[in-house]
Design a protein around this ligand. Structure first.
Ligand SMILES: NC(=O)c1ccc[n+]([C@@H]2O[C@H](COP(=O)([O-])OP(=O)(O)OC[C@H]3O[C@@H](n4cnc5c(N)ncnc54)[C@H](O)[C@@H]3O)[C@@H](O)[C@H]2O)c1
Length: 288
């Protein structure tokens, strides 16, 4: 296989392989070839929740371009199939399964799917998040509290506890949680969601401390406003882009890809001495 060749021939082999993939768009091929040569995540297995679109999908693509085998998931089979097909057509090593992260049986299925590949798991990236409520915090029903805290906070911890033995088998690993600037700077009418994202910052610190002796690093990213379907509901809030530009230094909303490179880095050995950090990806705000 290409991996058994000396480095110079290996690089040539990847290039030739890329050139033969004529169905893959040139821009994607050039990017994949560039990523293939470094292959910083080669032979690693990554599980990414909520990864069939938006931030999760961008992270899945980036980790796979860096050589990882990526297992994607979300709640609908059709979305999983579509995302897997898109990434496989780009020559990436990706499989997927349906998983509602709040359901124990779905998490079991996700773990089993991930173990099909290398009999071990190296990375967990928890992206799946919900916000069914725009309204007053104290007006939120118990059902709403349970749903938001269940999916956004409890599920990452429960899924990690299921994956942990398989990460330990690999001698360590990296976990990345996805919080939000709402954790630091509450967004009005999203009180329960804000609270869930603040809880994730604490979860990150606690897990980092508990898992450090096992060589498992836990960090979180803290995105600002990123252009995905998730912020459609923000249309109901009293913000315009120019309001936001007063808050965000780089004068633009983020793209899902803005969150992907940092996750790849946090998974890689370049970040081997970084754990328990909450890293803001929000175009700079003096208010954070
Ligand atoms: N877009 C932003 O501005 C922004 C900012 C800060 C944080 N975030 C966080 O980023 C994460 C991803 O959001 P996005 O903007 O990419 O949204 P998105 O709606 O584009 O993607 C969310 C993904 O999560 C999946 N998902 C939702 N509930 C799930 C569940 N119970 N089980 C499994 N999958 C589930 C969806 O199917 C989808 O694939 C969320 O946790 C969100 O809180 C988003």
């Amino acid at each position: 296989t290409a991996r058994q060749l000396p480095p110079m021939f290996r690089a040539l082999s990847w290039t030739l392989r890329g050139l033969h993939c004529s169905s893959i768009p040139l821009s994607t091929r050039m990017f994949s070839e560039r990523a293939d040569k470094s292959r910083s995540l080669a032979d690693k297995v990554a599980v990414i929740t909520g990864s069939t679109k938006g931030i999760g999908f961008a992270i899945a693509r980036h980790l796979a371009q860096n050589g990882a085998h990526v297992v994607i998931c979300s709640r609908k089979q059709w979305n999983v199939d579509q995302a897997v097909t898109t990434l496989q057509k780009e020559g990436l090593s990706v499989t997927g399964t349906v998983c509602h992260v709040g359901k124990a049986e779905d998490r079991d299925r996700l773990v089993a799917k991930a173990l099909e590949h290398h009999k071990g798991i190296d990375f967990l990236v928890c992206v799946a998040g919900v916000n069914p409520l725009v309204g007053s915090t104290l007006g939120a029903s118990e059902q709403v509290w349970d749903k938001i805290l269940g999916v956004n906070v409890k599920a990452p911890a429960l899924l990690l506890s299921q994956l942990l033995p398989h990460m330990e088998n690999r001698g360590g690993g990296s976990v990345v949680l996805v919080s939000s600037v709402a954790a630091y700077m509450p967004i009005s009418k999203l009180g329960v969601y804000n609270t869930s994202k603040t809880a994730l910052l604490g979860l990150c610190k606690s897990l980092a401390m508990e898992l450090a002796p096992k060589g498992i690093r836990v960090n979180s990213i803290v995105p600002g406003l990123i252009k995905t379907d998730f912020i459609q509901m923000e249309k109901t809030l009293p913000y315009t882009l120019s309001d936001l530009n007063k808050i965000y230094g780089l004068q633009r909303l983020g793209e899902p890809e803005d969150c992907a490179g940092i996750v790849s880095f946090l998974c890689s050995s370049d970040a081997s001495y970084i754990t328990g950090e909450n890293i803001t990806v929000a175009g700079y705000s003096p208010k954070l």
